[in-house]
Design a protein around this ligand. Sequence first.
Ligand SMILES: [Fe+2]
Length: 307
Amino acid sequence: MIKCGTINRVEVADFDCKTATDSDLSVLKSLVYENKIAVLKNQHLTPGEYVEFSKRLGTPEAYYQPMYHHPEEKNIFVSSNVSKDGKRMGVPHTGKFWHADYAFMKKPFAFTLIYPQVIPAQSRGTYFIDMGEVYESLPEDIKTKLEGTTCKHSVRKYFKIRPTDVYRPISEILREIERETPEVTHASVFTHPVTDEKILYISEGFSQQMFDRDGNPMADEFLEHLLILSGQKDNAFSSPFVRMHQFEKGDLLFWDNRSLVHCALHATVAEPTESFRITLHDQYDFCQGVDELNQSVADPVLRNVGT
Ligand SMILES: [Fe+2]
């Protein structure tokens, strides 16, 4: 095991995704729940094999916008600025802000898998913050103030305009965003269903507004203060909570999306980069009460908008 500050990163050197037994997978998932991140080294998987492996770890869910899908495997979300045979796949420069995957949806993911395909020469990594550790560090008066509070999350701040949106009225696009991804509400603090750890569930990218235990809006400054305390407002990434995990060709990163927020590292100069992401649900509710808070929120409409 390699300790990276407060987030442990378990490096697994001899894990064969194609022949792993159920017992191997169970041990691997336990490692991720406990240590937040595991890196499987020296992997050589086709897109189909990658998806098959992911299905043994949990239930994949394809991203709600088809423009991110791998052309043959819709469960693979492609972040890429690489052209092959004159064709582009996926979307460039994704996730360059602090977030937990799908926090703006009713049922966020338990796990995220990232399998880099084209590794940039300089900026090869992802920043992480363990929001369980952040919660633990909070002063008692803030923990008390957080009891029973909720937070609304939305995709609006970092929503990417799609090629099919060009020349469309912005009002129409905004209505569509509202229809497909209405704001959702999650507990500001929840207990991890496996580790029993308390997680402060807010992110700079998606968290919009906090509410007290009686449903009254809380001052914006409180959310801002929590984000500052967590290190998510530190543009220099120098907070003691921020850890950068570098990766190399053949690495397959597997992390606990309940506990960690992450931020992609992109180079300031253009470098070819491509990674394949698969996101998974496990057998547990994301957190207790996750359905009750969003009973009136419609599921996203899966359709190719703008065509
Ligand atoms: Fe992400």
